[in-house]
Ligand binder design. Structure first.
Ligand code: NAD
Ligand code: TYD
Length: 359
């Protein structure tokens, strides 16, 4: 049994789907179903007997402890977080509560479980973090290695950096077998349409302006979500406790490049009179906007044999096609309909399963 947190979010739901398709081991998903958590992301696997769900908030230490004690996982994969930089600028408190205190609560419960299991060497706590903890690169700096100093610049990245430090400390102080991964910007199916790529697809389809911050020259290193999930499986299986692994797509692009590529693809797949490009509009920059992120993937490639498979053009095309083919999912997310779906599907305030059941 493995425990995944945040499995109803973008990356977590892609990971769970891949895990259940490839592995013969049950999984429990602990998620509070915030605005970013959408149980409909996993509608196709709800009836899989290897899948368990617990609606629990990481900020509730007792509830977290109860789930970990009940399922006795051999590994914990920690995806749950407040994850949107723009929201962290407007309302940072939730980021500190979930990303810092929530991670502490999970570490505390995992440590307790590990000790109760007799401190097995094979136990793993895999913390999914971000390259944003390293701060900003100039256009000519070398890409981030695992040794790059921490220089977080936004409330989001500062809270993730704090959580990375807690995870490190639980290894050095208590011996918990932890692994940390720091990945670049993910894209692909099931991403909440507040992030750049799905936001631009949705606005373009609605004929709305495509707001590019500043002059659009900021650079991100784009990682297709399935490549990321495969990397996490490799890290979980072969990673050395205490190590950090950087995961990137080797696909640096300026934001303007990304948005222009999207408009070109949309024009082929769903032509618009006058094209989509005319919708692009440069708007005032994000405060503290990091100029460039880029990941040096040599360590994970050399140590664990992982390489990204999906090139940016292919990944972007798959993503655009997915959003075009899944209009109901998008409409539900946008209308809040998926919250109703959740209420109908899970009893309100559900908690740990009946302890008499064997997970
Ligand atoms: P997301 O925002 O799509 O999903 C987050 C999930 O966590 C949701 O299901 C939400 O309900 C859950 N959650 C939030 N607060 C919670 C709480 N207090 N208790 C329990 N569950 C809670 O995020 P994502 O894009 O899937 O990112 C997953 C992880 O990967 C995060 O830790 C993020 O920092 C990291 N990451 C993401 C990216 C990216 O490009 N998306 C890049 C680098 C790192
Ligand atoms: P985002 O998807 O929010 O991810 P992050 O800030 O974690 O990298 O943004 C990706 C890039 O796109 C970032 O440089 C900010 C930029 N951006 C825009 O230009 N316009 C937008 O409306 C958004 C949401 C992002």
């Amino acid at each position: 049994m493995i425990l995944v947190t945040g499995g109803c979010g973008f990356i977590g739901s892609n990971f769970i789907r891949l895990w259940l398709a490839e592995k013969d081991e049950p999984l429990v998903n602990l998620d509070a179903l915030t605005y970013a958590g959408n149980a409909e992301n996993l509608a196709d696997i709800q009836d899989n007997p290897a899948y368990h769900f617990e609606k629990v908030d990481l900020r509730d230490s007792k509830a977290v402890r109860a789930v970990v004690d009940f399922y006795r996982p051999r590994a914990v994969l920690h995806f749950a977080a407040e994850s949107h930089v723009d929201r962290s600028i407007k309302e940072p408190e939730a980021f500190l509560q979930t990303n810092v205190m929530g991670t502490f609560n999970l570490l505390d419960s995992a440590l307790n479980a590990w000790r109760e299991q007799g401190e097995p060497e094979e136990f793993r706590f895999l913390h999914v973090s971000t390259d944003e903890v390293y701060g900003s690169l100039s256009m000519t700096d070398p890409a981030f290695t695992e040794q790059h100093p921490y220089q977080p610049n936004s409330p989001y990245s500062a809270s993730k950096a704090a959580s990375d430090h807690l995870v490190r400390a639980w290894h050095h102080t208590y011996g918990l077998p932890v692994l940390t991964s720091n990945c670049s910007n993910n894209y692909g199916p099931y991403q909440f349409p507040e992030k750049l790529i799905p936001l631009m697809i949705e606005r373009a389809l609605a004929g709305e302006t495509l707001p590019v911050y500043g002059d659009g020259s900021n650079v991100r290193d784009w990682l297709y979500v399935e490549d990321h999930c495969k990397a996490l499986m490799v890290v979980l299986e072969k990673g050395v406790p205490g190590e950090t692994y950087n995961i990137g797509g080797r696909a640096e692009r300026s934001n303007l490049d990304v948005v222009e590529s999207l408009t070109n693809m949309l024009q082929i797949l769903k032509p618009r009179q006058g094209g989509y490009r005319e919708l692009i509009e440069c708007v005032p920059d994000r405060p503290g906007h990091d100029r460039r992120y880029a990941i040096d993937t040599r360590f994970i490639s050399e140590q664990l044999g992982w390489y990204p498979d999906v090139g940016f053009g292919d990944g972007l095309l798959k993503t655009v096609e997915w959003y075009l083919a899944n209009r109901q999912w998008v409409d539900n997310v946008k209308s809040g309909e998926y919250m109703k779906w959740v209420d109908g599907h899970y009893a309100a305030g559900s908690s740990v399963s009946d302890p008499s059941e064997n997970p």
